[in-house]
Design a protein around this ligand. Structure first.
Ligand code: MG
Length: 274
C-alpha cells in the first residue's frame, strides 16, 4: 500500500513570497496536492482569520495551526476524525495550546516604560501596513489575535532581559521573518505539529509520511518532528543553520521554491511506489 502524505507548511517566506505575499509560484504543486487529496496544514504566525482568507483563495479546507502553535483548528466533521481535547469554536474544532491574548497584552503593557517594545496591538493599521507590506484588509485580519503577540524591540540589547521576564510569567519569545513573537511557554510549532500527526495517525490506517516546510528559527521545532524536513532559503538566498536527517533545501525562496520542493517530494514518493 502506498504511503499517505501529510504536509505541514509555514506561510510567510515559504508558501508565500516574503515580499508581496503571493502564492502564485506554488500553483502547480497546490493543484497536484488538491488532485491527490494530500492534506496541506498551514503552520504559521498568522491569525485564524488571515488563514481562513488564504484557504479560501487557495480552495483549501484542511486543519491549520495558528499563531505559532497557539491553536489547532480542524474543520468541523473533517474526514470523520475523532479529535480528543477539542472544543467547538464556530465552524472549527479547536485544540487550545497557547495563552489568552489578553494575558500576553498585559505583559507588553506592563513593560512599555522599561523596554523599547511595541506589539502588534500598539501599532495602528497604517503602521502595520508600512512595516509588513500587507494590504489594509490583510493588516486588519493580522490584528485579530487570539494567542500570541508579534512585537518590535527598538533596542535589541534588551532582548535577553525581556526573555527572562517573559519566562517568569509563563511566556517565551520566538523569532519569525519580520517580528519577534511572544507566545506561551511550551507552545511552539513542533508541539502543535506533533499533536496534529497523532490525530491523523489515530484516525487513519497505513503508513503516513510527514513533510514540514519552513524558513526561520520558529519553524525549526516543526522541521525536527517530521520525516522529511524542507528548509526554504531567505530572500537573500542564505539558509538557517540546521542539520537534520533527510533535510531537503528548497532551491529558491518563496512560492517558486516551495513549488519545486513539493513537486520533487511527490515525484520521489511516486517513483518509490512504482
Ligand atoms: Mg516564514
Amino acid at each position: 500500500m502506498s504511503p499517505s502524505i501529510l504536509i505541514f507548511t509555514d506561510l510567510d517566506g515559504s508558501l508565500l513570497d516574503h515580499d508581496g505575499y503571493s502564492h502564485a509560484g506554488a500553483a502547480p504543486a497546490l493543484g497536484a496536492l488538491r488532485a491527490q487529496a494530500v492534506p496541506l496544514v498551514f503552520v504559521t504566525s498568522k491569525t485564524r482569520t488571515e488563514i481562513e482568507r488564504l484557504q479560501q483563495e487557495m480552495d483549501i479546507r484542511e486543519p491549520f495551526v495558528a499563531e505559532n502553535g497557539g491553536g489547532i483548528f480542524f474543520p468541523a466533521g473533517y474526514r470523520g476524525f475523532r479529535i480528543p481535547g477539542a472544543v467547538e469554536r464556530g465552524p472549527h474544532a479547536l485544540i487550545l495550546l497557547g495563552k489568552p491574548y489578553a494575558e500576553i497584552r498585559r505583559f507588553v503593557e506592563n513593560r512599555k516604560t522599561r523596554f523599547s517594545i511595541r506589539g502588534a496591538g500598539d501599532l495602528s493599521l497604517e503602521e502595520l501596513v508600512d512595516l509588513t507590506g500587507l494590504s489594509p484588509e490583510q493588516a486588519r485580519l493580522a490584528k485579530q489575535r487570539e494567542f500570541s503577540e508579534p512585537f518590535l524591540l527598538a533596542d535589541v540589547g534588551q532582548l535577553t532581559a525581556l526573555r527572562e521576564e517573559a519566562v517568569a510569567e509563563g511566556l517565551m519569545i520566538t523569532r519569525g521573518g519580520r517580528f519577534h513573537h511572544l507566545i506561551g511557554v511550551g507552545q511552539d510549532k513542533g508541539a502543535a505539529v506533533r499533536r496534529v500527526m497523532e490525530i491523523f495517525r489515530a484516525n487513519s490506517a497505513g503508513v503516513l509520511v510527514t513533510v514540514g516546510i519552513g524558513d526561520r528559527p520558529n519553524d525549526i521545532p516543526m522541521l525536527t518532528v517530521v520525516d522529511v524536513p524542507v528548509l526554504m532559503p531567505h530572500p537573500d538566498g542564505r539558509y538557517e543553520d540546521l542539520v537534520l536527517p533527510n533535510l531537503l533545501r528548497a532551491p529558491q525562496p518563496g512560492s517558486r521554491g516551495w513549488n519545486d520542493a513539493v513537486q520533487r517530494i511527490l515525484e520521489g514518493l511516486r517513483a518509490e511506489d512504482a
